[in-house]
Design a protein around this ligand. Sequence first.
Ligand code: FES
Length: 91
Amino acid sequence: MTLQRLVDQDRAEIRFRLDGRELAARQGDTLLTAILAAGEGWLRESEFGDGPRAGFCLMGACQDCWVSVEGLGRVCACTTLVAAGMEVRRS
Ligand code: FES
């Protein structure tokens, strides 16, 4: 799954790292939006063996979007804002 940004294209661009690779995001993006809009397609592997996951509810209720952020630990990507220089790992 990827997201295509249709609005807010004038917000400031910031850089963060996902699994060691630098990606661009827009100030105010959630991690979920930043990762999927960058074309990454998934957030975590399912522990039930049903493939990669890309979130479900997008509002902090389903817990289907866990990622790890250096200094913060595991966070929900859909309720955590991306920040410049953030180091993010998929699990
Ligand atoms: S997508 Fe449901 S909690 Fe993040």
